[in-house]
Design a protein. Sequence first.
Length: 150
Amino acid sequence: MKLCVSKKLTIAAVLLMIIYIAFGGCGKKGPPVAPHREKPQAVKDLRHRLSGSNLELTWSIPEKGSRQHADVTGFKVYAAKIALSESDCENCPLKFKAVADIPIQKTAEQNQLTFSDTLESGYRYVFMVRGYVDNGLISEDSNYVEFSVE
């Protein structure tokens, strides 16, 4: 019994598909892993100066320094504001709110940033900053600065 050429090609194509499905693949099996992206380094030297109700925060811009950290392109400043009349709760989480977004264009002589604000009296404040990069990754929290304005 003779098979026509088109039937032979169809059978060959089906066999090739079965072989590809059974033995094909990328060669490495396992769950998919997102590509590695570098986070910016956290600020470690957040400082404050308080003059009456005028606040000035200062911190150094972290250097890239290694393959694990990306160059920071901006900072977000966060504040938690707690009324002095509220009782202290040592284990209660702080409720931070973003109060400023500071994009930077780093130059060779710029290695520190400053943020200024006028604060309301009768509150305890906790501030921290986080660096970010253009790809959306955010650094860990900086050190916290905490003080009261009476």
